[in-house]
Design a binder for this molecule. Sequence first.
Ligand SMILES: *Cc1c(COP(=O)(O)O)cnc(C)c1O
Length: 382
Amino acid sequence: MIPYSCQDINEADEREVLRVLRSDFLTQGEEVPAFEQALAERADAREVIAVNSGTSALHLACLALGLSSGDIVWTSPISFTASANCALYCGATVDFVDIDSETGNLSPTVLAAKLAEAEASGCLPKIIIPVHFAGQSCDMDSIARLARQYGVKVIEDASHALGADYKDRPVGGCRYSDVTVFSFHPVKMITTGEGGALTTNDAALAERARALRTHGITRDPIQIPELKSEPWRYEQRELGFNYRMTDIEAALGRSQLARLDAFLETRRRLAQRYLAAFRDSPVTTLSQSPDGESSWHLMSIQVPADARAELFHRLRSDGIGVNVHYIPIYLQPFYREAGFTAGYCDAAERFYAGALSIPLQTRLSDDQQSWIVSRILQHLGA
Ligand SMILES: *Cc1c(COP(=O)(O)O)cnc(C)c1O
């Protein structure tokens, strides 16, 4: 089966992992800070906090922004459920903003209308979490302007978008948000096995997230003057978690990050070939904004909704590991229990009905890709 996405591990990556395995520290050594610094440089952010998953990064981002019960979070329905679950972890409630059907990203037009309504009824969200679907940045300029106008915080879910640009700056620089979150799951742009990170330019927020990553414990000599006479001392000041990344993962992450530009080049080249191949066909591709360049985490195509299921089965039997991103989050049984019903976000549901993710990864050969295109067009009778 040719997977829709997968990791790309080379000998340099293996050597880095082995080097750490043979060293004194498998966790809490020098590797995590080194990975964080490399990522800070790449994403052009002042602070990076590496954690054990993208989901943990979302949870810490919400907590560090002070999210708690009684608060409301808004996100996109076309995302992985973690983008919404993080609000519930904090005791907040979640609501969904419909998408722009051309890009799959949260629609600033819908957001503007929904914010005006929410203000009138006194139920503004505390945080909005736009998701950079498939690796293309949302219209962050418009989202940031609305967020400022209504006093709402912004977390960018950039799980798909490491290496993407927006207005000549890397995604992750937080010029339009309070925090950005990345995932290093094997299907994402780079991998650490499991892993994630938050980026921010807010030093206080970073300090809060760092403490929460490790049980809410601090060993900071400035905060604990008694450390001088009692060097064993540490203080738990609030309830945190163990969301630490290991040194093994961080070393792999740093090695992978050094390869990110090569990964991007391959993905972008393959994506352009797909775009050319599907021109004037029944397959439509996501429209690309001139404001930035996608990282091309996913090749998400739209096919006629009534042909999607059959096409999915046929491609899978061909050995082509297609997938569907995403079932609107609120249609999950767990969210339906909270009262959401079909029809809530019309554009998202239409998008889901025709969505198919086809293989786009660094190990895909040109020949495999041409074959995938021909199978899709043949099955669609084009
Ligand atoms: C992968 C992903 C996450 C969660 O990341 P994990 O590292 O798997 O916890 C969150 N949001 C989106 C959009 C994702 O694709």
